[in-house]
Design a protein around this ligand. Structure first.
Ligand code: ZN
Length: 252
């Protein structure tokens, strides 16, 4: 089975459409949350992802927008965007966000893999450094966990000899569709982040996603350019904070 893994779309319709156009053939989509927040196309993005399947875990922005959590842990810009999103969603979309499940989630018949937003131990935890990742890697019930939340595409791993490693895919260009293959090794435990579709923060402006082939055990990291100008113009037209538009160009 080939699983398309999308995370942190953040209401960026242009980036989502580019990812779907660039995505290799797949059998299902796993969505790791933060469907909304930051960008200016929340309803269009919700409609699009609803058409991609039913496998979701919720993100912290999804929870804040629909009122499951309050905004006290959000920085001011994120808080403004969450409130703007809440005001622009019809009741059925707020209800849909409220019903998204917390992770870890698993696919029936594929119990060796799990999907979370932040960490297998806490859906809101950020796994940025190898130090952050070691305990979740060791205690996780699955050898392979896909996670999002940090908007940083890459992999943490630990070998049976307890050697930890952090790796990022390498790309050759700044403006083309590119892929980077990452074959998984037997016995190694992995935490893998497909990157953020709608607001990358690894210094690469292109929309990020990944594909996992369960037969070959290869993760393919992907980046694709998208209509950045259009996404930025929508943010400005919506009177959302300017920083949300400018950061997209920097990938920060
Ligand atoms: Zn996010």
């Amino acid at each position: 089975m080939r699983i398309l893994i999308l995370s942190d779309i953040h209401s960026n319709l242009e980036a989502l459409e580019a990812c779907l156009a660039a995505a290799p053939a797949h059998d299902m989509v796993a969505n790791l949350g933060d469907v909304v927040g930051y960008g200016a196309s929340p309803n269009e993005v919700i409609k699009s992802v609803q058409g991609l399947g039913e496998f979701f875990v919720r993100g912290n922005h999804d929870k804040a927008v629909c009122g499951i959590t309050d905004l006290k842990d959000f920085n001011p810009v994120a808080g403004i965007a969450a409130l703007w999103t809440r005001e622009h969603l019809p009741p059925e979309n707020l209800e849909w966000l409220r019903a998204l499940p917390s992770g870890p989630a698993q696919i029936e018949g594929l119990e060796e893999v799990q999907f979370v937003h932040g960490s297998p131990m806490d859906e809101d935890e950020y796994l940025v450094t190898l130090h952050d990742a070691i305990e979740p890697l060791m205690v996780s019930s699955s050898n392979l966990t896909f996670f999002g939340h940090t908007h940083l595409q890459g992999s943490f791993s630990v070998t049976p000899e307890n050697k930890g490693d952090l790796s990022y895919p390498e790309y050759q260009t700044v403006g083309q569709v590119e892929t980077s293959e990452f074959p998984l090794k037997d016995g190694v435990r992995y935490l893998i982040n497909p990157g953020s579709v709608g607001q990358p923060r690894d210094g690469n402006w292109r929309a990020a996603f990944a594909l996992y082939d369960t037969d070959s055990r290869v993760v393919t990291f992907c980046r694709t350019p998208y209509n950045l100008k259009s996404a930025q113009e929508r943010i400005m037209a919506a009177n959302l904070p300017m920083r949300l538009a400018t950061r997209l160009a920097a990938g920060r």
